[in-house]
Design a protein around this ligand. Sequence first.
Ligand SMILES: [Zn+2]
Length: 462
Amino acid sequence: MTTYTLMKKLISVKDLVVEGYRLEELPDGTMKLIIRVRPVKAKQCRCSICGRRIPKYDRSEHLRTWRALDFGGVLIELEGHAPRGTCKEHGVVTMDVPWAFPDSGFTKDFDRTVAWLARTVSKSAICEFMRISWRTVGRSIGRAVDELEPDHNCRLHDLVRIGIDETSYSKGHRYITTVVNHDTNTVVWVAQGHGRMVLDSFFQSLTEVERAKIEVVSGDGAKWISEAVKFWCRPDVLRCTDPFHVVSWATEALDKIRREAWQEANKEVKELKKEVKPKRGRPAADDVERKMYEEAKKAARSIKNSRYALGKAPENLTENQAAKLELIEAENRVLFRAYQLKERLRILLKLKDPEDALAELNRWLLSAAHSRIPEMVELGRKIRRHKEYILNFIRTGISNARVEANNNKISLLIHRAFGFKNFRNMVSLIMLVCSDLTIQLPNRPIKCDNPLQNACSNTFCV
Ligand SMILES: [Zn+2]
């Protein structure tokens, strides 16, 4: 095997000819291998958009370079001509090269590898490992996703059960609205902003037939979602409230009660502190006042640090958190009763049978109304207003856990992706992670089971 053939095999791109190579040492000691390449005759002079054969626009002899994947830590650069041509349809365009996407300074395998890493690896790790900036990561993801799914709108066909959600980012200054397909568990639409107008633009991008196919729309309790659904969807569409939003209302109410209880307990501790002068060490057996002070302090601290213990499901509590709850049960009945109400609500939302859920929900509403805890009474009123929507969710049988997991994934991603300056690249990352798109890594057996995906151009995959 000649060195040229070996290099061609290592670059692993079809329709490429190696014309030469040279090794350079960069000032910092890094080795760089520059490989001179050109497309095979049949692939020369083609439009990079439509692939048609086109005449040359200019005779520029200017050489371009493309970063390729490293060979054992050695930087690899492909070097070659990419003249411009005139396409009847697309005007003056850069001619296509088989190893890179149009207007990219990286090879296709490089872009795909970056996109594959971005699904799971942290931003700083990608930048260091691939020796690129975070901006480049965004662009690479954009190109790789565009190759897999040239038209994101293909996800909008045949929607039946959808979920609408908004998430804030940039410290709550910006919003993003996402639409999820519950049947495939994928994100199908993403837009900047929130509110009625943004949601209207989603429904406008569907045809009338597609809108008529929608049977279930879930989301939080927002009025703008209900209004838009009423306006755009057919009259018998089932509007649902996601149970995890309902639980989060209860958790918020509970947290308000906890904060008030802590302020109350803290006040008491301060009062007691005035009466005793705390000394170091254990209180003497006869020092009743100091003992009372120590106990009040312990109780106040347990309330202060109980946010996670109160919010968690009992089966997931750590030993320490369980002990805190026991202390709250003994010391603060109001807070504990509010906690019990939240737990009852969480469990009833997991019921599968709508009849059982209705009976249990009615019992819960009665308990909340008679709890004599203002926050819980208020929560009861809110849940009564959304009662039908909550029951609709149980009727449709959409899995609560799946919706919640998807939502957590989206928030995490947005948090990670908002470093992107370009919103389109951010959407690409969300679309990539929250979908069944498979990125083909170079030189691996083909694994794409998604019919929507284009075939991989890798030599070893075709
Ligand atoms: Zn063209």
